[in-house]
Design a protein around this ligand. Structure first.
Ligand SMILES: NC(=O)c1ccc[n+]([C@@H]2O[C@H](COP(=O)([O-])OP(=O)(O)OC[C@H]3O[C@@H](n4cnc5c(N)ncnc54)[C@H](O)[C@@H]3O)[C@@H](O)[C@H]2O)c1
Ligand SMILES: CC(C)[C@H](C(=O)O)[C@@H](O)C(=O)O
Ligand SMILES: [Mg+2]
Length: 361
Protein backbone atom coordinates (compact mmCIF):
# COMPACT_ATOMS: atom_id res chain seq x y z
CA UNK A 1 0.00 0.00 0.00
CA UNK A 2 1.04 3.63 -0.47
CA UNK A 3 1.01 6.13 2.38
CA UNK A 4 1.96 9.74 2.78
CA UNK A 5 3.99 10.41 5.93
CA UNK A 6 4.92 13.86 7.22
CA UNK A 7 8.33 14.02 8.89
CA UNK A 8 9.15 16.72 11.43
CA UNK A 9 12.82 16.53 12.33
CA UNK A 10 12.68 19.53 14.66
CA UNK A 11 15.49 20.69 16.92
CA UNK A 12 18.31 19.29 19.05
CA UNK A 13 18.39 15.49 18.84
CA UNK A 14 15.22 15.56 16.68
CA UNK A 15 16.98 15.10 13.30
CA UNK A 16 19.18 12.29 14.67
CA UNK A 17 16.31 10.23 16.08
CA UNK A 18 13.95 10.81 13.14
CA UNK A 19 16.65 9.61 10.73
CA UNK A 20 16.85 6.32 12.63
CA UNK A 21 13.07 5.89 12.76
CA UNK A 22 12.93 6.55 9.01
CA UNK A 23 15.53 3.83 8.44
CA UNK A 24 13.25 1.44 10.32
CA UNK A 25 10.18 2.55 8.35
CA UNK A 26 12.08 2.06 5.10
CA UNK A 27 12.96 -1.46 6.23
CA UNK A 28 9.25 -2.08 6.95
CA UNK A 29 8.40 -0.94 3.40
CA UNK A 30 11.06 -3.20 1.96
CA UNK A 31 9.91 -6.22 3.95
CA UNK A 32 6.17 -5.84 3.50
CA UNK A 33 6.02 -4.19 0.08
CA UNK A 34 4.60 -0.80 1.11
CA UNK A 35 5.51 2.61 -0.22
CA UNK A 36 5.88 5.61 2.09
CA UNK A 37 6.08 8.99 0.45
CA UNK A 38 7.70 11.45 2.88
CA UNK A 39 7.01 15.17 3.19
CA UNK A 40 9.43 17.15 5.35
CA UNK A 41 7.68 19.67 7.58
CA UNK A 42 9.28 22.46 9.62
CA UNK A 43 8.32 23.02 13.26
CA UNK A 44 9.83 24.73 16.26
CA UNK A 45 13.25 26.33 16.10
CA UNK A 46 13.85 24.82 12.67
CA UNK A 47 10.82 26.78 11.40
CA UNK A 48 11.81 29.97 13.26
CA UNK A 49 15.19 29.83 11.54
CA UNK A 50 13.58 29.68 8.07
CA UNK A 51 10.23 31.49 8.43
CA UNK A 52 10.60 33.53 11.61
CA UNK A 53 7.67 31.71 13.23
CA UNK A 54 7.52 28.26 14.89
CA UNK A 55 4.75 26.98 12.58
CA UNK A 56 3.28 28.33 9.34
CA UNK A 57 -0.26 27.84 8.07
CA UNK A 58 1.23 26.17 4.98
CA UNK A 59 2.86 23.53 7.18
CA UNK A 60 -0.47 22.82 8.87
CA UNK A 61 -2.07 22.38 5.44
CA UNK A 62 0.76 20.07 4.31
CA UNK A 63 0.37 18.02 7.50
CA UNK A 64 -3.36 17.64 6.82
CA UNK A 65 -2.57 16.06 3.44
CA UNK A 66 -0.57 13.29 5.15
CA UNK A 67 -1.92 10.01 6.53
CA UNK A 68 0.18 10.60 9.64
CA UNK A 69 3.07 12.70 10.88
CA UNK A 70 6.17 11.42 12.67
CA UNK A 71 8.05 13.95 14.71
CA UNK A 72 11.35 14.11 16.58
CA UNK A 73 11.35 16.90 19.12
CA UNK A 74 11.45 20.66 19.25
CA UNK A 75 12.84 23.28 21.58
CA UNK A 76 15.98 25.05 22.58
CA UNK A 77 18.31 25.06 25.51
CA UNK A 78 16.65 26.69 28.53
CA UNK A 79 19.95 28.16 29.66
CA UNK A 80 21.40 29.53 26.45
CA UNK A 81 18.72 29.66 23.76
CA UNK A 82 17.68 33.11 22.57
CA UNK A 83 14.18 31.66 21.99
CA UNK A 84 13.55 31.74 25.73
CA UNK A 85 13.77 35.51 25.65
CA UNK A 86 10.88 35.64 23.17
CA UNK A 87 7.22 35.88 24.14
CA UNK A 88 5.54 32.44 24.58
CA UNK A 89 3.79 32.62 21.22
CA UNK A 90 7.08 32.99 19.32
CA UNK A 91 8.96 30.16 21.01
CA UNK A 92 9.48 26.72 19.40
CA UNK A 93 7.04 25.16 21.89
CA UNK A 94 4.26 27.43 20.60
CA UNK A 95 4.54 25.67 17.23
CA UNK A 96 3.98 22.30 18.86
CA UNK A 97 0.97 23.51 20.84
CA UNK A 98 -0.46 25.13 17.70
CA UNK A 99 -0.10 22.05 15.50
CA UNK A 100 -1.76 19.89 18.20
CA UNK A 101 -4.64 22.35 18.49
CA UNK A 102 -5.02 22.98 14.74
CA UNK A 103 -5.21 19.26 14.03
CA UNK A 104 -7.54 18.62 16.97
CA UNK A 105 -5.15 16.12 18.56
CA UNK A 106 -6.84 15.93 21.94
CA UNK A 107 -5.89 12.38 22.91
CA UNK A 108 -2.25 11.80 23.80
CA UNK A 109 -1.40 8.16 24.46
CA UNK A 110 1.87 7.64 26.33
CA UNK A 111 2.62 3.99 26.99
CA UNK A 112 5.13 3.50 29.80
CA UNK A 113 6.28 -0.10 29.59
CA UNK A 114 9.28 -1.75 31.21
CA UNK A 115 10.85 -4.37 28.96
CA UNK A 116 12.03 -7.26 31.16
CA UNK A 117 15.43 -6.86 29.48
CA UNK A 118 15.68 -3.33 30.91
CA UNK A 119 15.07 -4.19 34.56
CA UNK A 120 18.62 -3.09 35.39
CA UNK A 121 17.95 0.34 33.90
CA UNK A 122 14.94 0.90 36.15
CA UNK A 123 15.98 2.62 39.38
CA UNK A 124 13.29 0.82 41.43
CA UNK A 125 13.92 -2.34 43.44
CA UNK A 126 13.20 -5.64 41.72
CA UNK A 127 10.36 -6.52 44.13
CA UNK A 128 8.53 -3.29 43.25
CA UNK A 129 8.56 -3.92 39.50
CA UNK A 130 8.42 -7.71 39.76
CA UNK A 131 4.92 -8.06 38.31
CA UNK A 132 5.83 -6.01 35.26
CA UNK A 133 5.19 -2.34 34.65
CA UNK A 134 2.74 -1.56 31.84
CA UNK A 135 0.88 1.71 32.17
CA UNK A 136 -0.81 3.82 29.55
CA UNK A 137 -1.14 7.51 30.24
CA UNK A 138 -4.12 9.02 28.42
CA UNK A 139 -3.25 12.70 28.54
CA UNK A 140 -5.72 15.37 27.45
CA UNK A 141 -3.68 17.43 24.98
CA UNK A 142 -5.56 20.46 23.69
CA UNK A 143 -7.09 22.02 26.80
CA UNK A 144 -6.17 23.09 30.28
CA UNK A 145 -3.43 25.39 31.44
CA UNK A 146 -1.37 25.30 28.24
CA UNK A 147 -4.26 26.71 26.21
CA UNK A 148 -5.87 29.08 28.71
CA UNK A 149 -5.63 32.84 28.56
CA UNK A 150 -2.31 34.25 29.68
CA UNK A 151 -1.18 37.68 30.68
CA UNK A 152 1.69 39.52 32.24
CA UNK A 153 0.96 43.00 33.58
CA UNK A 154 2.69 45.51 35.76
CA UNK A 155 0.70 47.34 38.43
CA UNK A 156 2.30 49.91 40.68
CA UNK A 157 5.73 48.63 39.73
CA UNK A 158 4.84 45.03 40.57
CA UNK A 159 4.81 42.46 37.76
CA UNK A 160 1.96 39.95 37.79
CA UNK A 161 1.68 36.92 35.49
CA UNK A 162 -1.46 34.83 35.05
CA UNK A 163 -2.24 31.48 33.38
CA UNK A 164 -5.75 30.05 33.37
CA UNK A 165 -6.95 26.45 33.48
CA UNK A 166 -10.29 25.74 31.83
CA UNK A 167 -11.99 22.49 30.87
CA UNK A 168 -15.43 22.07 29.35
CA UNK A 169 -17.63 19.03 29.81
CA UNK A 170 -17.31 17.86 26.15
CA UNK A 171 -13.51 18.13 26.33
CA UNK A 172 -13.44 15.90 29.41
CA UNK A 173 -16.04 13.49 28.06
CA UNK A 174 -14.25 12.73 24.77
CA UNK A 175 -10.90 11.98 26.42
CA UNK A 176 -12.57 9.90 29.13
CA UNK A 177 -14.33 7.82 26.44
CA UNK A 178 -10.94 7.20 24.80
CA UNK A 179 -9.49 6.06 28.13
CA UNK A 180 -12.36 3.65 28.87
CA UNK A 181 -12.35 2.28 25.32
CA UNK A 182 -8.66 1.47 25.50
CA UNK A 183 -8.90 0.11 29.07
CA UNK A 184 -11.41 -2.44 27.73
CA UNK A 185 -8.67 -3.81 25.50
CA UNK A 186 -6.17 -3.89 28.39
CA UNK A 187 -6.55 -4.73 32.08
CA UNK A 188 -9.91 -2.93 32.39
CA UNK A 189 -8.88 -0.36 34.95
CA UNK A 190 -8.91 3.43 34.68
CA UNK A 191 -7.24 5.63 37.27
CA UNK A 192 -8.45 9.18 36.77
CA UNK A 193 -5.94 11.64 38.17
CA UNK A 194 -6.96 15.12 39.27
CA UNK A 195 -6.69 17.70 42.04
CA UNK A 196 -10.37 17.67 42.98
CA UNK A 197 -9.57 18.62 46.57
CA UNK A 198 -8.65 22.10 45.32
CA UNK A 199 -9.52 22.83 41.69
CA UNK A 200 -12.99 23.43 40.21
CA UNK A 201 -11.76 22.11 36.86
CA UNK A 202 -10.84 18.85 38.59
CA UNK A 203 -14.22 18.60 40.32
CA UNK A 204 -15.91 18.86 36.91
CA UNK A 205 -13.35 16.38 35.53
CA UNK A 206 -14.26 13.85 38.23
CA UNK A 207 -18.02 14.27 37.74
CA UNK A 208 -17.83 13.81 33.96
CA UNK A 209 -15.48 10.81 34.24
CA UNK A 210 -17.93 9.18 36.65
CA UNK A 211 -20.76 9.76 34.22
CA UNK A 212 -18.78 8.23 31.34
CA UNK A 213 -17.89 5.24 33.55
CA UNK A 214 -21.61 4.29 33.74
CA UNK A 215 -21.34 3.06 30.14
CA UNK A 216 -18.40 0.83 31.04
CA UNK A 217 -19.55 -1.39 33.92
CA UNK A 218 -16.81 -3.89 33.02
CA UNK A 219 -14.07 -1.31 33.64
CA UNK A 220 -12.99 -0.41 37.18
CA UNK A 221 -12.68 3.30 37.83
CA UNK A 222 -10.67 4.82 40.62
CA UNK A 223 -9.83 8.44 41.33
CA UNK A 224 -6.46 9.56 42.58
CA UNK A 225 -5.15 12.98 43.53
CA UNK A 226 -2.19 13.97 41.40
CA UNK A 227 0.26 14.42 44.26
CA UNK A 228 -0.50 10.93 45.52
CA UNK A 229 -0.22 9.58 41.96
CA UNK A 230 3.26 11.06 41.62
CA UNK A 231 4.24 9.16 44.75
CA UNK A 232 2.44 5.92 43.76
CA UNK A 233 4.29 5.79 40.42
CA UNK A 234 7.53 5.12 42.31
CA UNK A 235 5.97 3.34 45.30
CA UNK A 236 3.73 0.84 43.51
CA UNK A 237 3.80 1.45 39.72
CA UNK A 238 2.33 -1.94 38.81
CA UNK A 239 -1.07 -0.98 40.25
CA UNK A 240 -1.77 1.16 37.17
CA UNK A 241 -3.36 0.22 33.87
CA UNK A 242 -4.79 3.31 32.12
CA UNK A 243 -4.12 6.66 33.78
CA UNK A 244 -6.52 9.31 32.55
CA UNK A 245 -5.54 12.88 33.25
CA UNK A 246 -5.50 16.49 32.12
CA UNK A 247 -2.84 18.20 30.07
CA UNK A 248 -0.25 19.41 32.57
CA UNK A 249 -0.59 16.52 35.01
CA UNK A 250 -0.09 14.10 32.10
CA UNK A 251 2.96 16.00 30.92
CA UNK A 252 4.63 15.73 34.31
CA UNK A 253 3.52 12.22 35.24
CA UNK A 254 4.64 10.79 31.90
CA UNK A 255 8.21 12.03 32.40
CA UNK A 256 8.15 10.50 35.87
CA UNK A 257 6.76 7.19 34.61
CA UNK A 258 9.41 7.07 31.88
CA UNK A 259 12.08 6.39 34.48
CA UNK A 260 10.19 3.32 35.70
CA UNK A 261 10.42 2.19 32.07
CA UNK A 262 14.18 2.70 32.22
CA UNK A 263 14.60 6.04 30.47
CA UNK A 264 12.75 8.93 28.91
CA UNK A 265 14.40 7.65 25.72
CA UNK A 266 11.99 4.69 25.80
CA UNK A 267 8.68 6.60 26.00
CA UNK A 268 6.74 6.84 22.75
CA UNK A 269 3.49 8.71 22.12
CA UNK A 270 0.56 9.07 19.78
CA UNK A 271 -1.54 12.22 19.55
CA UNK A 272 -4.90 11.45 17.99
CA UNK A 273 -8.06 13.23 16.90
CA UNK A 274 -11.46 11.84 15.88
CA UNK A 275 -10.08 10.53 12.56
CA UNK A 276 -7.37 8.04 11.66
CA UNK A 277 -4.80 10.81 11.45
CA UNK A 278 -2.18 11.12 14.20
CA UNK A 279 1.01 12.89 15.17
CA UNK A 280 3.57 10.51 16.61
CA UNK A 281 6.48 11.65 18.72
CA UNK A 282 8.66 10.54 21.59
CA UNK A 283 7.54 12.01 24.92
CA UNK A 284 10.93 13.56 25.54
CA UNK A 285 12.28 16.86 24.30
CA UNK A 286 15.11 18.01 22.09
CA UNK A 287 17.77 17.13 24.71
CA UNK A 288 20.12 20.02 23.87
CA UNK A 289 22.70 18.63 26.30
CA UNK A 290 23.36 15.60 24.08
CA UNK A 291 22.38 16.95 20.63
CA UNK A 292 24.81 16.29 17.78
CA UNK A 293 26.72 13.61 19.71
CA UNK A 294 25.06 10.54 18.16
CA UNK A 295 24.26 9.16 21.64
CA UNK A 296 20.50 9.82 21.99
CA UNK A 297 18.24 6.82 22.31
CA UNK A 298 16.10 6.55 19.14
CA UNK A 299 13.84 3.80 20.54
CA UNK A 300 11.07 6.16 21.77
CA UNK A 301 10.83 7.54 18.23
CA UNK A 302 10.96 4.08 16.66
CA UNK A 303 8.19 2.90 19.00
CA UNK A 304 6.20 6.03 18.09
CA UNK A 305 6.60 5.02 14.45
CA UNK A 306 5.22 1.59 15.42
CA UNK A 307 2.21 3.32 16.99
CA UNK A 308 1.78 5.23 13.74
CA UNK A 309 1.74 1.98 11.77
CA UNK A 310 -0.91 0.58 14.12
CA UNK A 311 -3.23 3.54 14.75
CA UNK A 312 -3.10 5.61 11.56
CA UNK A 313 -2.17 3.07 8.88
CA UNK A 314 -3.84 -0.08 10.27
CA UNK A 315 -0.59 -1.99 9.76
CA UNK A 316 -0.77 -4.12 12.93
CA UNK A 317 1.54 -6.88 11.76
CA UNK A 318 4.18 -4.33 10.74
CA UNK A 319 3.86 -2.46 14.07
CA UNK A 320 4.36 -5.71 15.93
CA UNK A 321 7.43 -6.51 13.83
CA UNK A 322 8.99 -3.17 14.83
CA UNK A 323 8.18 -3.77 18.50
CA UNK A 324 9.64 -7.27 18.28
CA UNK A 325 12.79 -5.86 16.69
CA UNK A 326 13.18 -3.49 19.67
CA UNK A 327 12.72 -6.37 22.09
CA UNK A 328 15.23 -8.54 20.21
CA UNK A 329 17.92 -5.85 20.22
CA UNK A 330 17.43 -5.28 23.95
CA UNK A 331 17.57 -9.03 24.52
CA UNK A 332 20.81 -9.19 22.55
CA UNK A 333 22.24 -6.70 25.04
CA UNK A 334 22.57 -3.56 22.90
CA UNK A 335 22.05 -0.29 24.78
CA UNK A 336 22.35 3.41 24.16
CA UNK A 337 24.03 5.22 27.02
CA UNK A 338 20.80 6.22 28.84
CA UNK A 339 19.79 2.56 29.33
CA UNK A 340 23.29 1.13 29.63
CA UNK A 341 23.99 -1.42 32.35
CA UNK A 342 26.79 -3.78 33.24
CA UNK A 343 27.57 -6.52 30.74
CA UNK A 344 25.70 -4.79 27.89
CA UNK A 345 27.09 -3.46 24.63
CA UNK A 346 27.03 0.32 24.30
CA UNK A 347 25.90 1.59 20.88
CA UNK A 348 25.36 4.98 19.30
CA UNK A 349 22.08 6.41 17.95
CA UNK A 350 22.86 5.37 14.40
CA UNK A 351 24.18 1.94 15.39
CA UNK A 352 20.94 1.32 17.28
CA UNK A 353 18.99 2.24 14.14
CA UNK A 354 21.12 -0.13 12.02
CA UNK A 355 20.64 -2.95 14.54
CA UNK A 356 16.87 -2.46 14.50
CA UNK A 357 16.84 -2.58 10.70
CA UNK A 358 18.84 -5.81 10.78
CA UNK A 359 16.52 -7.30 13.38
CA UNK A 360 13.56 -6.54 11.12
CA UNK A 361 15.02 -8.24 8.06
N1 LIG B 1 7.55 17.01 22.34
C1 LIG B 1 8.62 17.77 22.34
O1 LIG B 1 9.12 18.11 21.29
C2 LIG B 1 9.21 18.22 23.63
C3 LIG B 1 9.00 17.48 24.80
C4 LIG B 1 9.62 17.89 25.97
C5 LIG B 1 10.44 19.02 25.97
N2 LIG B 1 10.61 19.70 24.81
C6 LIG B 1 11.53 20.84 24.73
O2 LIG B 1 12.87 20.29 24.70
C7 LIG B 1 13.76 21.25 25.24
C8 LIG B 1 14.65 20.60 26.29
O3 LIG B 1 13.84 20.25 27.40
P1 LIG B 1 14.35 19.44 28.66
O4 LIG B 1 15.83 19.45 28.69
O5 LIG B 1 13.59 19.90 29.80
O6 LIG B 1 13.81 17.94 28.40
P2 LIG B 1 14.38 16.79 27.45
O7 LIG B 1 13.37 15.70 27.43
O8 LIG B 1 14.81 17.34 26.16
O9 LIG B 1 15.69 16.27 28.22
C9 LIG B 1 15.67 15.89 29.59
C10 LIG B 1 16.85 14.96 29.88
O10 LIG B 1 16.59 13.69 29.24
C11 LIG B 1 17.61 13.37 28.34
N3 LIG B 1 17.01 12.77 27.13
C12 LIG B 1 15.91 13.19 26.48
N4 LIG B 1 15.67 12.43 25.42
C13 LIG B 1 16.63 11.50 25.38
C14 LIG B 1 16.92 10.41 24.50
N5 LIG B 1 16.17 10.12 23.43
N6 LIG B 1 18.01 9.65 24.77
C15 LIG B 1 18.78 9.89 25.84
N7 LIG B 1 18.56 10.90 26.70
C16 LIG B 1 17.49 11.70 26.47
C17 LIG B 1 18.32 14.67 28.00
O11 LIG B 1 19.66 14.45 27.61
C18 LIG B 1 18.17 15.45 29.31
O12 LIG B 1 19.22 15.10 30.18
C19 LIG B 1 12.90 22.41 25.78
O13 LIG B 1 12.90 23.42 24.82
C20 LIG B 1 11.53 21.78 25.90
O14 LIG B 1 10.49 22.72 25.78
C21 LIG B 1 10.02 19.32 23.65
C1 LIG C 1 7.31 21.14 24.71
C2 LIG C 1 6.04 21.09 25.49
C3 LIG C 1 5.07 22.10 24.99
C4 LIG C 1 5.45 19.68 25.51
C5 LIG C 1 4.19 19.62 26.37
O1 LIG C 1 4.21 20.10 27.50
O2 LIG C 1 3.21 19.07 25.92
C6 LIG C 1 6.37 18.57 25.98
O3 LIG C 1 6.78 18.74 27.30
C7 LIG C 1 5.70 17.23 25.82
O4 LIG C 1 5.63 16.50 26.80
O5 LIG C 1 5.29 16.90 24.69
MG1 LIG D 1 6.70 16.97 28.46
Amino acid sequence: MEYRIGLIHGDGIGPEIVDEAKKVLDAVCEKYGHKFEYTNLLLGGASIDVHGVPLTDETIEEAKKCDAVLMGSIGGDAKTSPWYKLSPDKRPEAGLLKIRKSLGLFANLRPAYLYQELKDACPLKEEIIGEGFDMLIMRELTGGLYFGERSTVEENGIKKATDTLTYSEPEIRRIAIRAFDIARKRKKKVTSVDKANVLDSSRLWRAVVEDVAKDYPDVTLEHMLVDNCAMQIVHNPCQFDVVLTENMFGDILSDEASMVAGSIGMLSSASLNETKFGLYEPSHGSAPDIAGKNIANPIATVLSAAMMLRYSLDLDKEAEAVENAVQKILKDGYRTVDIMSEGCKKVSTSEMGDLLVKALE
